[in-house]
Ligand binder design. Sequence first.
Ligand code: IVH
Length: 611
Amino acid sequence: MKSELENSQLDSAARIAHLRDAVRYHQYRYYVLDDPAISDKEFDALFEELQTLEAAHPALRTADSPTVRVGGIVSDKFEKVRHPSSMLSLANAFGAEDLYAWRERVKRFLPPLLQGDLAYVVEPKFDGLTVVLHYEQGRFVLGATRGDGEVGENITPNLRTVRVLPLVIPVDAAAGPAPAQLVVRGEAYVEKVDFERFNERQLEQGERTYANPRNFAAGSLRQLDSGISAGRPLRLWVYQLLSVDGGTETPETHAGGLAYLHRLGLPVCPDLRRFADSEFDDLAAYVEEFGRRRHDLPYEVDGVVIKVDSLAQQELLGFTGKDPRWALAYKFPSEEAVTKLLDIVINVGRTGAVTPNAVLEPVAVGGVIVKSATLHNEDYVRELDIRIGDQVVIKRAGEVIPKVLRPLVELRDGTEQVWAMPAVCPVCGAPLVRPPGEAATYCINSACPEQLVRAVEYFVSRGAMDIEGFGIKQAEAFVQCGYIHDLADVYHLPWDEILGQEGYGAKRVENLRAGVEASKRRPVHRLLTALGIRYVGSVVAETLAQHYASLFDLMDATPEQLSEIRGIGPKIAENVAEWFSIEQNRNLIQKFADAGVQVAEVRSERLPNDR
Ligand code: IVH
């Protein structure tokens, strides 16, 4: 009989072996293929479980466990480069408490006599690919990835294509002669807009997309063909002076080192702040504030890095394991999460554009529970092969509508279902139409209830019929009560019935009614705008109303006639004619007229161009 301890060791040994394989596999996907199969959060969970098990069973520890390494793998695709010193990583902090605890640690390790001028620098933690750059006699001679911390990959030709990276320094001769030898560390990254644009174009062309800006940077630089790197909108920030020899300056602080690098012409991020130790509360507040404002930055950050400014103090503080004691990575809450895609439903907008929307198993992202996310359009779902039942990675950045980034294909069990855009509108049953060459699909039935609420909201809005006191709330209520079936029903509201309903006292109803009445006398172009015909905004509506005094005339205009008007292109013409060709829409105009709404301009004279 085996003892309980032995049994637990056996179970743990199997679990540890499994976890090591899983961690190695996912590190390979992440570092070598630049194509992670799971989210960072999931990876961290695997890694932590492995660490905990190894800590509980010291006998099962091995030197080749992924927990022993700094992380990162060197692929044999590239020539290897041994770094002049270890490329360390950073200890993480997740809240103010960790921040203050770190400060205490720093003070514990610094002799009291040398704490006098203790100060810190806070800078963004860029989410890209770490690079180590070597300059000799002012020439860029070698650039490498971080690899496993000791040995990186030589990606010099690819880095040469990054436009902000000077190939010769100093860029400005006034900075003095170049140091004989200079090694710096930095981060290659991509700006958010460039990343989005790149992925959109790749989707259009059926090419691979990247899951996030970090993978994009890594994937773009770890190419055997530097022509591919050259076509990528990469940028770079330099954030650490590793060694300098024979320059005009010998910086004594981190901030001073960065200022020197900046003078030499290297790209140094200006978003940097220095705090004295006595200002640590301000530092903590700044870090919080930075986290809240990070969405306004053009580049992606996953936190800030706080560093002891004095290089002498850094030296005294040294390292613990693979992390320097003089620096700390303060991580912001993750904006990505993994959850199950329960269903895909269709959202109908005012113009009839239908958007596939993800119904999600509720999940917390950045302190908010997310239950739905956008899937953009039909092609997005098809090209990313997103299936109902998939585990999906979602992202919620600031106030932006959450979106589904990608499915975790590896986690499929075969029960997932491929989704297709329905042929008819799920709300009104009218056919859905996708115009050739467009990504969007439309429900063209103007009486569609979903569309109707949005359409009414737009109809009564300021730039359209401008009905005082009428908004989305009224639109929803009146459509739901069955008072409004089409836009003209705004003029057939059963006021007696509405009076006395919750929120509709005598005064309110009187005002609303007066507002509705007043809107009947708006100029025709306002009514035309209010109809919400695609491409017909206020400018086009005015142009059309100038040429067709009556909507009854406009109704019978052919696309050819319409496109003769200056300012009306074939696309608008086609669309307007199509809208008026639908029986329901023609009846609608008659209904407005019957209700006393002005459908013809009251004019004494016809314009010469009128037909
Ligand atoms: S300092 C020894 N500063 O974050 C400390 N690192 O989690 C050297 N990173 O791999 C790092 N922005 O590539 C430092 N402003 C910044 C950074 C930064 C991003 C990366 C770095 C490192 C990772 C650590």
